[in-house]
Design a binder for this molecule. Structure first.
Ligand SMILES: *Cc1c(COP(=O)(O)O)cnc(C)c1O
Length: 445
């Protein structure tokens, strides 16, 4: 790998100087293009998202059988879209945000099985691998219901196979729980940031948890090496997986009817702003990719990262993508936002986002807990701190010079009273009560 000179890069790219000293920054993507142009450059397309959506439909009877809690949605794992007007009033009052239009919360925090956005990509990837194996080995024939895959003889077959993944926590939970449900041996390689309760929960599902004292990248590296030694082991590659990415992207297709139900129009006159917390990039990248396919130029997507671990921002702003890490410019990568504690971004996602993403914001750790308490007090909804990063978007939109310019240059100034703002709540419902209490009482300076 090439040697990165952090000092030289900071001189060439001014925003890196602010990032280096842990300032909260706003970055507007200078390479964003009109959707029709960016779609042409992309290796993936709407057809791939539709293919993923159909696969999840085929698996719905299987999911319903393994996870009875998904029965009311017919085995489709989906979250609700909730208007949060009290929170909107509160941020306008407390932070002077002057946010017009409607603020809504996409509650992936409450997705079945994994309690985070990872229930989309992680579960999809395990199912895709399961379908591949089942077809290859003749477990499924034309017209079979996939429910059959939960039969004892199929489970016995899958017990010969292993699924492994490296994770800061939530991806491991989604892959681990789903893999164990299919029957696989599951091994999750957890980085130092991963919370104890997540390891305990996984072990209670029969998943093997291997712990590392190092960061996420090292956990991934060791996991991959171990998996490569076993021909019957499949490694879920969070940094490069097209399957994970497409699993996340399906969210956009499902959002269409939810917006209709809430009478939220999304078109040239009614812009939609979406704010998503970002770690390695797969989840926010996949969701954004799907949203752009569906809503095209009417949707404006922003990622939010911790000031100590803004890996996607550093990768995109320098154009170096996965060739640069936050450590290269002198940051630690350590953050209270365990789901976002990633030092090096996905190069694949950075490439796809280059012409689609509107921009990025960063947030100091202390504010994660403030926004968490704000939401709990005004709407009685609990999110984990990582997920609360997304609120930095609506709080800052009308206060940042960069974002004010973005609104103006995109011809949106007279449309903001008809805009919708979606905060993508990426996790939280599985956090144990005791840990919630700790979070509620955490104040950082
Ligand atoms: C994983 C995660 C994210 C970000 O997803 P990446 O694919 O790592 O970018 C955001 N929030 C929560 C709660 C997560 O667990």
């Amino acid at each position: 790998m090439e040697k990165i000179d952090g000092r030289k890069i900071a001189e060439e790219i001014p925003i890196i100087k602010d990032i280096q000293v842990e300032k909260e920054v706003v970055w507007v993507n200078p390479d964003k293009k009109a959707f029709v142009k960016s779609a042409k450059d992309s290796e993936l397309a709407m057809a791939d998202v539709e293919d993923a959506e159909l696969r999840l439909k085929r698996f719905a009877p299987f999911i319903m059988r393994c996870f009875p809690e998904t029965r009311d949605r017919g085995g489709i794992i989906e979250s609700v879209l909730t208007p949060i007007p009290n929170m909107q009033g509160h941020i306008n009052e407390k932070y002077g945000s002057e946010l017009e239009g409607r603020l809504l919360l996409k509650q992936d925090s409450h997705l079945a099985i994994a309690g985070s956005v990872k229930a989309r990509g992680g579960i999809y990837e395990v199912l895709k691998h399961t379908e591949d194996l089942a077809l290859e080995h003749g477990l499924l024939s034309e017209g079979d219901s996939y429910e059959k895959l939960a039969d004892e003889e199929c489970r016995k077959f899958f017990q010969d196979y292993t699924v492994q993944v490296g994770s800061t926590g939530n991806l491991g939970m989604s892959i681990g729980i789903m893999s164990a449900a299919v029957g696989y041996k599951a091994i999750v390689h957890m980085s130092a940031d991963a919370k104890q309760w997540k390891k305990d929960l996984l072990r209670s599902h029969g998943v093997t948890v291997m712990e590392y004292e190092s960061d996420y990248s090292e956990a991934v590296k060791h996991g991959r090496e171990l998996s490569d030694q076993n021909p019957k082991s499949y490694f879920v590659d969070d940094e490069n997986s097209r399957n994970l990415f497409l699993g996340y992207a399906v969210a956009a297709k499902r959002l269409v009817s939810q917006l209709k139900e809430r009478n939220v129009a999304v078109d040239a006159e009614h812009p939609m702003f979406v704010y998503i917390p970002c770690g390695v990039g797969g989840a926010p990248g996949g969701v954004t990719f799907g949203l752009k396919q569906v809503f095209q130029d009417a949707v404006h997507c922003f990622f939010v990262e911790p000031t100590q671990a803004p890996c996607m921002l550093v990768g995109m702003a320098t154009g170096l993508n996965s060739r640069i890490s936050v450590q290269d410019i002198g940051l630690t990568g350590l953050t209270h936002a365990d789901g976002l504690a990633v030092g090096r971004p996905s190069g694949f996602v950075g490439g796809v986002m280059k012409t689609m993403l509107s921009g990025e914001l960063t947030i100091q750790d202390g504010k994660l807990y403030d926004y968490m308490r704000d939401l709990l007090e005004t709407e009685d909804i609990f999110l984990e701190p990582s997920a609360c990063a997304a609120f930095q978007g609506p709080v800052k939109l009308n206060k940042s010079e960069e974002l004010k310019r973005y609104v103006k240059e995109n011809g949106l100034s007279d449309k903001m009273d008809q805009a919708s703002h979606i905060v993508w709540a990426t996790g939280g419902s599985l956090v144990p009560e005791k840990i919630r209490e700790e979070y509620k009482n955490t104040y950082l300076v």
